[in-house]
Design a binder for this molecule. Structure first.
Ligand SMILES: Cc1cc2nc3c(=O)[nH]c(=O)nc-3n(C[C@H](O)[C@H](O)[C@H](O)COP(=O)(O)O)c2cc1C
Length: 180
């Protein structure tokens, strides 16, 4: 007798440079979301095979971010990232201390957004962090590529959050791998 037909089909997989780069199953990123990107959401997305992201500045202090990262680790052993939103403000948050909390916690994927990741790139590169930079225009994406980010995503005019106004739709690209 032939085996009975399976009652469930295996989940389809779309393998891309992005899934290979981050070690995830599906090329889906849950972008950082202020007040929403906490351990439970990020872990659920990562458990489902995407890339879950905690939002650093949702945590009032770098020490609390470190605790949130630990909480996420208890909920998933799959890759997840931390969003560092860099917005111009009169009293900036202590970005250096937040990024130190990220690397000290062993996180190796960071989504930057808000303005140029340039001031943070050297530090992240030294600590083996892959940076996904999120921006809203091609010129900023080209600059991020020059700075050595691992991937770029563009929040175009149809996106939620702070969409772009450059008549560019949402998309992502990968800089060529370093030639060494
Ligand atoms: C409620 C909410 C809060 C967000 N907060 C942030 C944030 O703090 N930092 C950030 O980089 N992006 C933030 N975003 C943008 C998202 O990460 C994402 O880039 C955007 O929603 C585009 O994806 P979508 O079209 O799938 O919604 C936020 C989006 C939403 C809806």
């Amino acid at each position: 007798m032939p085996d009975p037909a399976p009652t469930t089909l295996p989940a389809p997989r779309l393998r891309t440079r992005f899934t290979d780069l981050l070690g995830i199953e599906h090329p889906i990123v849950q972008g950082g979301m202020m007040w929403v990107g906490r351990a439970e959401l990020a872990a659920a997305v990562s458990e489902a095979g995407g890339l879950g992201i905690i939002t650093a500045l949702t945590q009032p202090t770098p020490a609390e971010l470190a605790r949130e990262i630990e909480r996420t680790r208890k909920l998933t052993d799959k890759p997840f990232g931390v969003n560092l939103t860099i917005l111009p403000t009169i009293t900036p948050p202590p970005y250096d201390a937040y990024r130190r909390a990220i690397v000290d916690s062993g996180v190796t994927i960071v989504e930057t957004a808000g303005s140029s990741p340039e001031p943070h790139m050297e530090f992240f590169a030294e600590h083996g962090v892959r940076v996904i930079h999120k921006c809203t225009s091609v010129r900023h994406a080209v600059k991020a590529e020059r700075l050595g980010v691992a991937a770029v995503s563009i929040d175009g005019f149809e996106c939620a959050g702070h969409p772009g106004e450059d008549d560019v739709r949402g998309w992502s690209w990968f800089p060529p791998p370093p030639t060494r």
